[in-house]
Design a protein around this ligand. Structure first.
Ligand code: ADP
Ligand code: ZN
Ligand code: ZN
Length: 747
């Protein structure tokens, strides 16, 4: 029969069959397009992972569409090599969210998609995860007491008390200590614990810890969200640390996740904070399987948790910024804790802001979203004030006896300080040492750039062109505006009061630890920063040592500012903040206020009253006034007025084009090209001249940038969509490393 059919018909039938099977595949390559491949008889479905030939390599891709046409000659298309059958497929919701982000952040969709997957799913092999276990007390374990464990078995005791809070996963145990297995094994021998595979879902043997009766404002907040359960509505929960925000979250989950499929996404800014929150959620909501997603998880566990979310088995997904892209089929609510936190912003690859993406996600899924903070981002606060978000406030600490600390400024212009420390602060620390109480010295050691400041009249060199502040470049003897690129010579005399003693702010605080050691040779001093905590477990060991009073003085950066409760810590000293008060980075004072609110919350958390001493040359600055009365709204109001006058966000929208190369000429050529393109393609967007980056040279690279500013988000988006493909295609781009940062947080 076949032989009778003319060849031409046969071939067209054949072609037609083939044409229905053109797979549109997302690949991890820096081109913003999909790639067409033939199905090759595999009968692939949308959302499946496949392996395809790409040049000389084999790479993983995800099928995001199936079509019957291609822009390329069909006979030139290659077939896929392999499909991973039996793996759950990715859904259209996830594609849609990533597509939106790829467009908004000007990043190739394929790269965005692949980067959002657990590592194991980016490999050209079937993805399997080792079974993960959680551990919980058996009935015998519940009867046991910690006294039955010899005191020298410190780790066993620690894990025992952790188990008393509820079941623990392997990753939580790892957070406690990398040697956890031996302790668990010892309990197993005694018959105190049993292991459960996490896949089976999380059922605690412990009864749920009953919630405290909520106060009026908490109840109101919970009810507001519950009433909007079936549609998109953004809420801002504003309340200082300890005002009971987490209780509100837990009540919302309790009341909202009642049907057996419903799921919630909870975003937290820092990995360090997840274990605590995880333990609290588990003990309150033991009936809801919970998984965490963050970069400290092993690959296997991350894959497993991700899949538990994707399959709907995990009911609460708690994670850091990347978790915002996790497939969650029955999403009912999104919670974003500490929404103002800078770590929600991704600083390389696709430079998304997880809080903003969460907002888009809630809107696409038509579910409510609640953002919580003691010091909301000004953008968020502005939206709450205009009614775009519903503002819910918790005005008091939930537990009455924990009083607010006493906050005072030490005027450094009136006190002779030695190596950065004033006698008032030194005496206060000595007093604590004598009483056996702890102190924390908080250093704000971000790379703030120096500005030119008059100590007599507080004049600061401003930019005449754009009302930003000029940055001192001592080596070149220049002042430079990092906003618009304006440059001028350093002035020697204050133009406002005639003072001839102008000097740049911001001195190093490196020597602080040595100074303290000399002052208090008998004190046990511990530094907490990225260096001292880079080793695994290091931070936990330090925290434990603080709790058991093995440390007298802590020196810390922002790492210490949040989340940790130290009952014996009664003094917080803050030094070196003035460079942030007058930073050319217009967000610096907003950040400083948030940090000081948080760090002052560390003092006097238990029954002992706390004191906060701030060394500054500007004790009457409105930031400190607002801080003393813990009045975020007042300070936010001042900042918003400043931003409006200067036309900074949230009153305008920004995008930053960055480029770097070992050869500055290449950077210049590329940025000039981009600048001309941008100037030519939009009148609504103000494109500033190319200029050197704040850190002009970093790791042997010369760095530059072009800032774009618009009063409408849409205009900026249109411009970026028009120029980014041209930039990608240009020969000049090949000579530099470049990126687009939409809504940049730092520059
Ligand atoms: P936040 O998340 O705002 O820092 P939390 O929810 O952690 O505040 O509450 C701080 C402390 O107060 C916690 O120990 C919490 O259990 C307790 N707490 C919160 N709300 C209440 C309440 N309504 N009654 C009693 N204790 C409460
Ligand atoms: Zn002056
Ligand atoms: Zn300027």
């Amino acid at each position: 029969m076949l032989a009778l059919i003319p060849y031409s018909i046969l071939s067209s039938v054949y072609l037609e069959l083939m044409q229905k099977n053109i797979l549109q595949i997302a690949l991890d390559v820096p081109l913003d397009r999909l790639f067409d491949y033939l199905d090759g008889g595999f009968n692939v479905q949308i959302g499946q992972r496949v392996v395809v030939p790409f040049g000389a390599r084999k790479v993983v891709g995800v099928v995001v569409g199936i079509s019957d046409t291609s822009d390329f000659a069909i006979e030139k298309l290659k077939s896929i090599i392999q499909v991973f059958d039996g793996e759950p497929t990715l859904d259209a919701d996830t594609f849609g969210l990533l597509r939106f982000c790829a467009d908004y952040y000007q990043y190739p969709f394929g790269q965005a998609l692949l980067a959002s997957l657990p590592t194991r799913l980016r490999q050209t092999e079937p993805a399997v995860s080792r079974k993960q276990f959680s551990y919980a007390f058996s009935p015998e374990g519940l009867q046991a007491s910690i006294e039955q464990i010899p005191a020298r078995q410190a780790l066993q005791r620690k894990i025992f008390s952790a188990l008393q809070q509820g079941p623990i996963t392997e990753s939580m145990l790892k957070e406690i200590s990398s040697g956890w297995r031996s302790a668990i094994e010892a309990f197993r021998v005694k018959g105190w614990v049993h292991a459960e595979q996490i896949l089976a879902g999380f059922k605690s043997v412990l009864p749920a810890v009953p919630p405290p009766p909520l106060n009026e404002q908490q109840t109101f907040s919970v009810n507001q969200v519950i009433e909007s359960a079936d549609h998109f509505k953004p809420f801002l929960l504003h309340g200082i640390t300890g005002s009971g925000k987490t209780e509100v979250y837990m009540q919302i989950l309790q009341q909202l996740l009642t049907d057996e499929h419903s799921q919630a996404l909870v975003l937290v800014p820092e990995i360090n904070l997840t274990p605590q929150l995880e333990a609290r959620f588990r003990s309150r909501l033991p009936h809801l399987p919970l998984v965490s997603l963050h970069s400290n998880l092993g690959e296997s566990e991350r894959l497993q948790n991700w899949r538990l979310a994707q399959s709907g088995q995990a009911r609460i997904i708690i994670g850091t910024r990347l978790a915002v892209f996790t497939p969650i089929p029955n999403l009912k609510i999104v919670l974003v804790d500490e929404e103002h936190d800078g770590s929600y912003k991704q600083q390389d690859s696709m430079r998304y802001h997880a809080r903003d993406v969460a907002m888009v996600r809630a809107q696409r899924n038509q579910v409510p979203i609640m953002m919580g903070s003691a010091t909301p981002a000004l953008e968020t606060w502005q939206n709450a004030k205009t009614g775009k978000y519903t503002l819910l406030s918790l005005n008091n600490r939930a537990v009455a006896q924990s009083d607010l600390p006493n906050i005072r400024c030490i005027d450094t212009t009136k006190q002779e300080s030695t190596n950065g420390l004033t006698p008032v602060l030194v005496n206060a620390m000595r007093e604590r040492l004598e009483k056996g109480e702890q102190s924390l010295l908080f250093i704000n050691r971000r790379g703030y750039s120096p500005v030119l400041l008059c100590s007599a009249c507080h004049w600061i060199a401003p930019c005449m062109r754009c009302s930003s502040r000029l940055v001192v470049h001592l080596k070149q003897g220049r002042l430079r505006c990092h906003h618009c690129g304006h440059e001028q010579k350093i002035v020697r005399q204050c133009p406002s009061c005639g003072n001839a003693d102008l000097h740049p702010t911001g001195h190093g605080t490196q020597r602080l630890e040595e100074t303290l050691k000399q002052l208090f040779p008998e004190a046990r001093i511990q530094r907490v920063d990225r260096d001292s905590t880079s080793r695994k477990d290091a931070l936990n060991e330090i925290l434990t040592a603080v709790h058991s009073n093995e440390i007298d003085i802590l020196i810390g950066t922002q790492m210490l500012a949040k989340g940790h409760d130290f009952p014996n810590l009664t003094l917080v000293g803050v030094i070196d903040t003035d460079s942030a008060l007058f930073s050319p980075d217009f967000r610096a004072s907003e950040r400083l206020f948030a940090q000081l609110m948080q760090v002052s919350g560390r003092a006097g958390r238990a029954e002992k009253a706390g004191e906060v001493l701030i060394q500054t040359a500007f004790p009457s600055h409105h930031l400190f006034n607002a801080l003393r009365s813990q009045d975020y709204p007042a300070y936010a109001q001042t900042l918003l007025e400043e931003r409006q006058t200067a036309n900074f966000p949230p009153y305008c929208y920004l995008a930053l084009l960055r480029a770097e190369s070992s050869n500055y000429r290449d950077v210049e050529n590329f940025l000039n090209f981009a600048f001309e393109l941008a100037r030519a393609s939009s009148k609504q967007v103000l494109t500033y001249d190319p200029m050197p980056a704040q850190m002009e040279r970093l790791k042997g690279m010369d760095r530059g940038q072009v800032l774009m500013q618009a009063s409408q988000r849409g205009a900026l988006q249109k411009l970026l969509a028009a120029i980014t493909p041209q930039l990608r295609a240009s020969k000049l781009a090949a000579k530099v490393r470049w990126s687009v940062d939409v809504d940049p947080m730092e520059f």
